[in-house]
Write a protein that binds this ligand. Structure first.
Ligand code: ADP
Ligand code: MG
Length: 267
């Protein structure tokens, strides 16, 4: 199964992805997480360092795919989760979609693409062109990370539109939203009432999640010596279990921008 995690920049995609990946591995699945953001820190809390990107490696090998070995690009992270960073095109030039395409092509050549029970793509979500939507070509499910604010829900709505568009040609469903770093959910609820989709989980702001980024560790690793954090791991296990149940999900019908502005405004 292939899952693409989308959401506004800084909303917590990589944090959530890493912890969901471990949760899936805890459920006995063989998991690969692919970072598809030029920020290339998707897998940082899984491996504890910034692993070389596919694009860097291909450049070093002069784009000779046959000279690239799995160990050049696939790094084993915490909990047995395998990690790949696609990397980004040169700033201001090239296309993120091309990078994702090259990554999938290389993983196929290495016979790695079909070896996993679950591949999780961690993708940036300010979808402005087809390139950013490229991982949806490979995904069975999309998950959107949002908070209870206007900007993240605005981004979520654009991602929903991309899912609808791709679902014409691919068997893709939106599994639902994950609320992150938020205690209130009034705007999330308003949005899903207007644009029906499941809310898989809502995580509060947790100081230890912020700290996990600085420590380069996932919550599951931290919980080994801070058992009081097991309740946070349960949020991620709950999301993982919902994915594994292969939910029906939805093909969303996004809200026109102007309607979204008035829906999420108080005036
Ligand atoms: P993205 O991948 O969407 O750009 P990150 O996963 O890198 O975002 O998260 C950005 C920052 O927010 C990180 O420092 C992370 O530790 C922090 N963070 C994410 N989720 C939470 C949360 N629920 N509570 C507190 N901090 C969080
Ligand atoms: Mg990220």
């Amino acid at each position: 199964m292939k899952v693409a995690v989308y959401g506004k920049g800084g909303i917590g995609k990589s944090t959530t992805s890493c912890n969901i990946s471990i949760a899936l591995a805890r459920r006995g699945r063989k998991v690969l997480q692919i970072g598809c953001d030029p920020k290339h820190d998707s897998t940082f809390t899984l491996t504890g360092f910034l692993i070389p990107t596919i694009i860097d490696t291909l450049q070093v090998k002069d784009y000779h795919y046959e000279d690239v070995w799995p160990e050049d690009v696939i790094y084993r992270g915490y909990g047995g989760v395998d990690c790949v960073e696609a990397g980004g095109p040169p700033a201001g030039a090239g296309c993120g979609g091309y990078v994702v395409g090259e990554t999938v092509k290389l993983l196929k050549e290495l016979n790695a693409f079909y070896e996993y029970d679950i591949i999780l793509f961690d993708v940036l979500g300010d979808v402005v062109c087809g390139g950013f939507a490229a991982p949806l070509n490979y995904a069975d499910y999309c998950i959107i990370i949002t908070d209870n604010g206007f900007d993240a829900l605005f981004a979520a709505n654009r991602i929903a539109a991309s899912v609808r568009e791709k679902s014409h040609t691919h068997p893709l469903r939106l599994a639902g939203l994950v609320g992150n770093r938020t205690s209130g959910r009034d705007l999330i609820d308003k949005y899903v009432e207007a644009c029906p989709m499941p809310v898989l989980e809502v995580l509060p702001l947790v100081e230890d999640i912020r700290v996990s980024r600085v420590k380069g560790k996932t919550l599951f690793e931290m919980a080994e010596y801070q058992p009081n954090l097991n309740y946070v791991c349960d949020f991620y296990l709950n999301i993982a279990d919902q994915i594994l149940s292969e939910p029906e999900g939805v093909v969303p019908r996004e809200i026109p921008d102007r309607e979204l502005f008035s829906l999420l405004s108080d005036f």
